[in-house]
Each structure stands twice: as structure tokens, then as C-alpha cells.
Ligand binder design. Sequence first.
Ligand code: DAH
Length: 346
Amino acid sequence: MLDQLEQLKQEALKEIGAVENLETLNDLRVKYLGKKGPMTEIMKQMGKLSAEERPKVGAIANEVREQLTNAIQEQQDELGAAQIKAQLANETIDVTLPGTAVEAGTGHLLTQVIEEIEDLFIGMGYTIAEGPEVEKDYYNFEALNLPKDHPARDMQDSFYITENTLLRTQTSPVQARVMEKHDFANGPIKIICPGKVYRRDNDDATHSHQFTQIEGLVVDENITLADLKGTLTVLAKKMFGEDRDVRLRPSFFPFTEPSVEMDISCFKCGGEGCRVCKGTGWIEILGSGMVHPNVLEMSGIDSKKYSGFAFGMGPERVAMLKYAVDDIRHLYTNDLRFTNQFSVKE
Ligand code: DAH
């Protein structure tokens, strides 16, 4: 029996030492120490031993059981520790790996141009005014000296919603809205108004049924055409370069008298004549003029005491000229191959 115990011990220790995972180890525990295992079997046979032998063999059997139990426990501790170690190694976060970059968007080219112009005027003490895109006929036309049936209304084909409301064809109605509310006790009027406008046009490379405008209006005592020219010269140089010249050409708008159109010397050829300026050396940039006395009066401003200038320009035109964009639709169709060329990383 002692030999049997010794053999069992040798075999079991060998097997336990070779185990590589916790499940197999548990199987061995059941195999050697379980109720149906050889240890139980040996204990059962102890009854057959003589009274002298019994305690000796019993002590050795207990010793073997204890040795096996300890061996299993040790192996279990070792395998458990190895398992945790492997798991930790697996789940380690490598803090030196590059992170997932969050791509920040940037303003659209048109937004960039509008914001650049806004910044310039804010720097000169202007505030930004806004008005509705669904506008009353009164503000879009009548208050701007374009009574019903005035032939100049044809210059701007309109989307009418009702007889008296339409999608504004220009940002000029904001002039009338600002003037009728203004109190000169708070200082002069100095506003710009960027916004969307709509015209019943067929879309092509240079026309769009929806586009943007920036309106400007200054009203105070003693405002003259010289103030207009000075202001617009600053604008031209800021947007198209310091060495730009400016010229004013007589024009017609119902809401200004006199009316002028402003040209800048061609930024491409410097005035010699090229494709951009169509050989003239000059590029038309915007319409403007001195606010018509009728317009001032209709909005409740004394035209004997106050005078003003106004201008209206198209940011699309500025963007297209500045960046040689050959089709206005590029500004609206959001083809990323186009828009990404103008992304500015801040
Ligand atoms: N509203 C005009 C247009 O859409 C542009 C314009 C011209 C605005 C002269 C003005 C101005 O304020 O004085 O064609």
C-alpha cells in the first residue's frame, strides 16, 4: 500500500506540474482527490490493515493528500498570476500611439469673403443689420423709390409670394427698415447688411436664382460723395490689394441720386488690359450712390438736414474675381474638391 501511495504521489505530482491551464488543473483535482479518486479508494482499504500498520499508512496517506493539495494550490496560483499578466499585456494602452484626429471644418469660401468684409466695416465703426428674406413689396421696392409700375422693377425679376410679399430681390430694403427706426440722438447710421437675395433668373455660369449681397448705408449730417469714395477705396484695397485704383462711373439706381458704379483697376494686369478685365483695365465691383432724398423722407428722415451714401455688392463676384472661379454654381453645389481648396486651418 505504501508503494501504491508513493507511485500515486509521483504520478500525480508529475501531471500537476505539467498542467498549462486552470481547467485541466481542476480536472486533476477531481481525478486524484475527488470522492471517486484513488486516494478515497486507498483510505477505504485501510480497514484491512493491521492495527500497527494503520496509523503509519494513515499518516503517510494524509501526507500525500496534503502534498497533492499543496501542489495543486501552488500550480493554481502560478497559472492564475500568469493569466492576469497575459490579460494585462493584452489590454495595455500604448499612450504613444497617435490619436484619432477630429477633423474640424472651415468656413465656406463665400462665408470667408463675407466675414472679411464684415470685419473691415466693423473696424470702421459700422454695425451689422439684418432683415427678412420674405419681404414686403413696400420695403423691397416702394420705400426705395420704386412705386408700383415703375419700369425699373423689371431690372429685378421677382418671386412673389402674395401680391404684397416677395422673396427680397436685394438687401436694400434693410436700409428703409433701419432708417425708419433710427433716432439720430444715438449717433449716425452706419450699417452693413449681408444676406441672401432671390431673383427669377435661369441659373448659368454667372446667374443664380439665389445669391448674396452686402448692403452698406451711412446717414448723417454733411455726408458727401467724397465720403463714399473714400470708404469704397478702403474696401477695394483691403479686398484686392493696396495698389488698387478706384473710379466712379455715372449710373442709375432709383434709390440713389447721383448713382455711381465703382470700378477697380484690374488686379491681374494692373490696368494694361487682359482677359479678367476684358481689355479695359477696369473691373466693375459694385453699385452705389447718395441716398435719394425721397428715400430719406419716406423713412422719416429730414433730407434737408441729413444726407447719406449707400452701396450694394455681391460677395460671389468678389470671391469669383479674387480666386478665378469661373462658374457661380461652384459656390453652391458643395463639391468638396472645390470647397476644400479654400479651407483655412486656424
Ligand atoms: N440693390 C442694388 C442691386 O441689387 C445694388 C445697389 C446699388 C445697392 C446702389 C445700393 C446702391 O445700396 O446704392 O442691384
